[in-house]
Design a protein around this ligand. Structure first.
Ligand code: ZN
Length: 265
């Protein structure tokens, strides 16, 4: 709690705290080494992922299908060690949700949801691992928290308010940034974030012994589905697939295939 002060002094203290937060508030993205603005505590972020996942599990139908659960558990058990220290706050959990939507998501804290619609659409576990790896990469690269930090930074600069992590309004902003408020909330990641998640996701799947060529194949299938005029899931609009993106994924394959060959089983 901030002690009572005269408004002038208080705003000066706030400005100093803000400057300090912005100066010290940087982290490095694992695997790519990119520096990012980060004003959100990782442990707090993981806690929010945990509570959002608990909400989703309460609201949505969890699949009891043994084959579906076995499939997702197995991919998860191989991907999680491949992520390793990139996600230090992970308490891994992989849950299958009963829904026709081609969809999957990952939340801070290592919480992953896969829809039965995706299991039907993914031809093999390599394709499934491509999607799961990509979603987890958004989390380990802390893309939602980075976006929230940018919004917080702008808000703080504009309003001159103190950074208070317990502030409910800021919690909301963080939740919105991760699309956690309601499952219907659709927030597009930037092109740069998508590209970074593609690259890190390829690394994760290759290390886990899944064929990284499946990533380009899966996104190509999604693009073809869109071209055919079929209804696309909301999830697709947040992870747009286009030729440039698939070409870029393919350009990384010479680097990824030896990793896959060394880890394939
Ligand atoms: Zn994405």
């Amino acid at each position: 709690m901030m002690p009572r002060m005269k408004p002038g002094i208080r705003s000066l203290v706030c400005a100093a705290a803000l400057a300090l937060a912005l100066l010290s508030g940087c982290t490095t993205v694992p695997e790519t080494g990119r520096r990012q603005l980060m004003l959100i505590d990782a442990a707090q972020e993981a806690q929010m992922g945990l509570s959002a996942f608990a909400d989703i599990k309460n609201q949505q139908l969890i699949s009891n299908d043994p084959a579906a659960n076995r499939r997702v558990r197995e991919v998860g058990a191989r991907i999680a060690p491949a992520v390793g220290r990139d996600l230090p706050n992970a308490d891994w959990e992989f849950v299958v949700f009963e829904s026709e939507e081609v969809n999957a998501f990952a939340l801070p804290g290592g919480k992953v949801g896969v829809y039965t619609g995706l299991l039907a659409f993914a031809d093999d576990d390599d394709e499934l691992a491509a999607v799961v790896g990509h979603e987890i990469a958004h989390v380990s690269a802390r893309h939602g928290a980075e976006r929230a930090s940018q919004q917080l930074g702008v808000a703080l600069l504009g309003l001159g308010v103190a950074l208070a992590s317990e502030d409910a309004k800021h919690q909301d902003e963080i939740r919105v940034a991760y699309g956690l408020v309601a499952t219907g909330t659709v927030l597009k990641y930037s092109r740069d974030h998508e590209s970074e998640a593609d690259r890190i996701g390829l690394l994760y799947m290759a290390r886990a012994g899944y064929d990284p060529r499946a990533a380009a194949r899966f996104w190509g299938k999604m693009a073809a589905r869109k071209e055919a005029g079929l209804r696309m899931p909301d999830w697709f609009s947040t992870h747009p697939s286009d030729e440039t993106r698939i070409k870029r994924i393919e350009s990384w394959l010479p680097e990824m295939l030896p990793i896959y060959e060394a880890n394939r089983r």
